[in-house]
Design a protein around this ligand. Structure first.
Ligand SMILES: *[C@@H]1O[C@H](CO)[C@@H](O)[C@H](O)[C@H]1NC(C)=O
Ligand SMILES: *[C@@H]1O[C@H](CO)[C@@H](O)[C@H](O)[C@H]1NC(C)=O
Length: 302
């Protein structure tokens, strides 16, 4: 739950990211990426890797309910910039500001889980398992601990050597478990000259948003953040779209075209349909590769 008592916000922003992610895959389907990823990539070289990573994610979640949302967001963020190459994990160095320190970095707080997983894996099979693979596996485990589906993750990604904050700006917009009032202020204050509130918002939802983000605090509210939080994997987001209880106009816009509207209805009424689409999309997204090495420390290039 957020610190604020708008429970819809919680459901909205994480699932919004997932939906944004499903739509973004349409972009990726224009590219064909030859990939040599395989399910049994570490079978000989590090057979314990998957179970070690799973344990680290499960343990982290016991103390930190925000960890799963953080891991999933990090994996999305990693893959959308230069492919899934662990670039999101790199620290800034000298004059280079890394992705993690760029503007949309705000809820990328689960690095420590990857550090723990990397340490544990290195102690068993040093120099074998890439940080990009660890992140892909941890993201899958994050979905599982949140009540979502499990799937086999193809492996064999390499880690990249470049991470630039200005590239991170490309992935802006939706973030998991995080939103600024400024991202939806236009829908609740002075929408246009005839109406203050976006008529596509459910009125009581709009009222609760105004309570959290009052017009007077607009100057300050640029910094208002909703902490990443625990999430439960389900199709609530799509139900909320149909109820007009979503934060962003871009979420509501999914109702505007017949294609996306029918997907929203389909996912709202069938969790299975959503789960299937989600898993297919995850595998597809996380197969975009781009790295060159197996990093020793996920935060620095070799
Ligand atoms: C996000 O970026 C800011 C600087 O823009 C930095 O101070 C902060 O530590 C970064 N957060 C994380 C989690 O890396
Ligand atoms: C304000 O928005 C509403 C709903 O979209 C629309 O019906 C109305 O025409 C708009 N008014 C102006 C002045 O644009």
């Amino acid at each position: 739950m957020y610190k604020y008592d708008i429970h819809e916000c919680h459901a909205t922003s994480l699932k919004a990211s997932m939906a944004a992610f499903l739509s973004s895959l349409l972009i990726f389907s224009f590219f064909s990426f030859a990939t040599s990823l395989t399910l049994n990539f570490y079978q000989k070289t590090c057979p314990a890797a998957e179970s070690i990573i799973r344990k680290v994610v499960v343990d982290a979640t016991k103390h930190d309910k925000t960890a799963p949302a953080g891991l999933l967001r990090m994996h999305f963020h990693d893959c959308f910039i230069r492919g899934c190459d662990g670039s999101v994990l790199l620290n800034s160095k000298g004059k280079n500001t890394a992705e993690k320190d760029g503007p949309p970095n705000v809820s990328l707080h689960a690095f420590y889980v990857i550090d723990n997983a990397k340490k544990a894996v290195e102690s068993v099979c040093p120099g074998v398992v890439s940080c990009a693979d660890i992140l892909a596996l941890a993201a899958r485990d994050a979905v599982v601990v949140s009540g979502g589906p499990s799937w086999d993750v193809p492996k064999g990604r390499k880690d990249g050597r470049i991470s630039k904050a200005n590239l991170a700006a490309l992935s802006g917009g939706h973030t998991i478990g995080f939103s600024h009032c400024s991202s939806f202020n236009n829908r609740i204050h002075n929408f246009n000259s005839t109406t203050g509130i976006d008529p596509s918002l459910n009125p009581s939802f709009a009222a609760s948003l105004k309570h959290v983000c009052p017009a007077k605090n607009n100057a300050k509210s640029a910094g208002v953040a909703m902490d990443p939080s625990s999430f439960t994997f389900d199709n609530t987001y799509y139900k909320l779209i149909l109820q007009h209880k979503v934060l962003f106009s871009s979420d509501n816009a999914l109702l505007n075209s017949p294609n996306t509207r029918s997907l929203v209805s389909k996912f709202a009424s069938s969790k299975d349909a959503y789960v299937n689409a989600f898993v297919k999309s995850m595998i597809k997204m996380s197969s975009i590769t781009g790295g060159q090495e197996i990093r020793k420390d996920c935060r620095v290039v070799n």
